[in-house]
Design a protein around this ligand. Structure first.
Ligand SMILES: Cc1cc2nc3c(=O)[nH]c(=O)nc-3n(C[C@H](O)[C@H](O)[C@H](O)COP(=O)(O)OP(=O)(O)OC[C@H]3O[C@@H](n4cnc5c(N)ncnc54)[C@H](O)[C@@H]3O)c2cc1C
Length: 409
């Protein structure tokens, strides 16, 4: 691979921009084109369910880089234009505006889109989903006048929106289909802690409950639940997960599962095409598994990994995954992947408001969730990266200093 190759990146989000920056910083001198279907300069999504909704951050401050800095990167930015097809034989992509762009290497960083509520009334005015800046702006515009908010889905995004809305004094109800909050990602005792905190802030929580439909009821909306209840709402926010934008890749014949399948070098089933970020079903050699991750850390790290591949200096992908969620004054920080755990060890006491939960497979530490325990989180990342396990008895003792287990140097 040459530093003068023409590289086209599809998706001007966290991963796409990071890739362009890393390539330039690492000496790539060839043409770089970044194509995005949104009209905005690349921006950060995490604040969309946090400080952007409260009004503490405005849209300009969401930009990942100011326009002047982007200009210095010498990247041809094509915003507000979707890529409609990949012609692999011709090494070209077709844009919605009719243009065709040739590439030597193509990188797909198309992210995900929201899963729409599969119930009648999901398209009614006042029922919002949240993925992009325009979605967040629509919610923010409505939140001011809304008195009653119903959040459908008790995952990270729904819970963050609920916390913001309670902070603004709204009457908030969460409806979750499973029997606990954040069911896919955290242990029951973390779910229970978050349920207690939300309830303590006055949020009404319906677990084990499905939404049957939403109807307009005069000025307001009514959310019909499968237990027969009907919840009045001025605003409904749906946060029931996302689906990866794999269609371009699939239609071009690339191997896709729940994401575009790539190896530990971000390479797809076509060596001229790479995929990174939320859309990539990728291999992590540290964990020895393949999966898809939706996190800023992964988007940034895998973009750097793909840049190394493109520059002819491939390095197997091996970071410790980490993630965070902010709700009220709770900072949840997660290190590692807890999939496959068979036991859980509590470190500290939830009543104190600061504790960690360690996930084990046998005696091997797989992951740690830390709630208002940033030191535990930082050390967990280092220990997992070094392949050092924490004996469960040591983990259970909050006085035990995790840093003593770190390899010297
Ligand atoms: C509300 C919200 C809160 C979040 N909070 C956190 C958090 O607290 N911590 C955390 O780690 N992560 C968080 N995330 C996740 C994080 O933002 C994502 O993991 C990250 O943005 C992924 O980057 P990406 O570049 O892969 O995808 P994206 O940032 O989604 O970028 C993909 C871009 O590609 C564009 N695109 C798609 N198809 C095409 C096409 N055919 N042609 C052109 N362009 C196309 C999309 O419109 C989009 O602009 C949050 C996400 C959301 C939505």
């Amino acid at each position: 691979m040459s530093v003068t190759h023409r590289i086209v990146v599809v998706g001007a989000g966290q991963a796409g921009l990071q890739l362009c920056e890393t390539l330039r910083r690492s000496g790539h001198t060839g043409p770089l084109v970044l194509v995005g279907d949104e009209p905005h300069l690349p921006y950060q999504r995490p604040p969309l369910s946090k400080k952007f909704l409260t009004g503490e951050l405005d849209a300009v401050r969401l930009a990942l880089r100011p326009a002047e800095q982007l200009a210095k990167l010498d990247v041809a930015l094509k915003l507000g234009t979707a890529v409609l097809a990949i012609h692999r034989d011709a090494h070209e992509v077709a844009l919605a505006d009719g243009e065709r762009l040739g590439y030597d290497r193509l990188v797909l960083a198309t992210g995900t889109r929201v899963r729409r509520l599969p119930a009648p009334g999901a398209a009614l005015d006042g029922v919002c989903h949240l993925r992009g800046l325009d979605d967040a702006q629509a919610i923010r515009d409505r939140l001011g006048a809304a008195r009653r908010l119903v959040v459908i889905g008790g995952g990270f995004i729904g819970l963050e929106v609920a916390a913001v809305a309670r902070g603004l004094g709204k009457d908030v109800t969460i409806v979750e289909a499973q029997n606990r909050l954040m069911p896919r990602v955290v242990a029951p005792l973390v779910s229970e802690h978050y349920a207690r905190v939300h309830a303590g802030h006055g949020v009404h929580i319906h677990l084990n409950t499905q939404v049957e439909g939403i109807v307009r009821a005069g000025e307001a909306l009514a959310v019909a639940l499968d237990d027969g209840a009907s919840l009045p709402a001025d605003l409904v926010v749906v946060g029931i997960g996302v689906v990866p934008n794999v269609e371009l890749a699939r239609e071009a014949g690339l191997h896709c599962e729940n994401g575009i399948v790539v190896d530990e070098y971000a390479q797809s089933s076509d060596p001229a095409v790479l995929a990174i970020g939320d859309v990539a079903w990728h291999r992590n050699v540290l964990l020895g598994t393949s999966h898809r991750l939706e996190s800023v850390q992964h988007a940034v790290d895998q973009a750097k990994n793909a840049a190394a591949t493109l520059l002819g200096k491939p390095v197997p992908y091996a970071p410790v995954p980490w993630f965070w969620s902010d709700q009220y004054d709770l900072k949840l920080q997660m290190a590692g992947i807890n999939r496959g755990h068979d036991s859980v060890v509590l470190r500290g006491t939830p009543d104190s408001g600061a504790f960690s939960v360690c996930y084990y497979e046998g005696t091997r530490l797989l992951a740690m969730d830390s709630i208002n325990q940033p030191l535990d989180h930082m050390l967990a990342r280092k220990l997992l990266a070094a392949g050092v396990t924490v004996p469960p008895t040591a983990a259970a003792d909050p006085e035990f200093e995790l840093k003593t287990l770190l390899p010297a140097g």
